[in-house]
Design a binder for this molecule. Sequence first.
Ligand code: F6P
Length: 363
Amino acid sequence: MAQPKRIGILTSGGDCAGLNAVIRAVVFRAVHGYGWEVMGIKRGTLGLMTSPPDAVALTLDKFHGEVLRMGGTLIGTTNRGNPFDFPMADGSRKDRSEEIYAGYRALGLDGMIVVGGDGSFKITRRLEQEGGLKVVCIPKTIDNDVPGTENAIGYITAVNVATEALDRLQTTAASHSRIMILEVMGRDAGHIALAAGVAGGADIILIPEVPFTMAALARKIKEIDSEWERDFALVVAAEGCAAEDGRRFTVGNSDGQARYGGIGHYLADRLAAATGWETRFTILGHVQRGGRPSTTDRVVGAAYGVHAVDLISRGEFGRVVVWQNRQVTDLPLAEVAGAPRKVEINGPVMRTARGLGISFGDD
Ligand code: F6P
């Protein structure tokens, strides 16, 4: 009788809601569908770098309880430590990819599922090409900027959180006649800001893809005041938006990666000066990444997990599972691991937003 297969799964990059739903689906499909073993690799590729590898057998009993409903990832993650340029304790950098290959071999894996975003996929592509790892990828990121898929795990939950924040800000904005500014995540792309802005009734949506001017924002506030006869307003801005002079709002740097924050504060000061209205800002931050996953993240997560295991069963590696036109399908990793997917400037949600009279600060 053939040996049962053993596959690995790791989660990589920033966490989000829905990762546990993906892990559960992978385990259910692998165990129930094929009789395989699944190893959960701890803290992304860091778990492969240790000797022996830091991994746990993901048996069915691990999923009896709350796991499906929980945010975070039960196997941990990291968004630091590119193995090809790893930051060492003494401040130097080291290529530690050989340790990853050794960890993969030590676990005796017949394939590995990487649940990650754009950055993780670029690293995975190199591990595949240079080390021959057999991988299938599943997209996750609240930013929803993975190319080739309409849906990355965690995105809809984050949009729901941001929409609820706007719902709550609207009542206090109205009570105090203020402009309320909500800063949401989105480093390179404004998908969260756009969707939450439409769903949450924002007057102004600012995204990295559309440069704004303060003059246009002030004109919009004036229109709300004089034509719409309203004395409060809601603004949602993605953290990756640049100021008028092109400056981005970074608050530091971890492992070569800029950390964002500050556009909300900047807008609050400038809008108060430009309009005379009272302003306040809220930075939603990591609240968007935690909590119970939305139904969509659970359903899409389940579909991704099942499809990824089925790909492995057919020996189809180097693929990324994606959601397109209400179907789960897959694309070559080489095609997906590239530049982030931006908001389509003439896409349906942008056109809807403009149709509603929402300003992007560019008119
Ligand atoms: O990429 C997802 C993301 O949530 C970004 O929107 C945000 O800028 C970043 O991660 C924050 O990362 P960290 O957890 O390192 O603060």
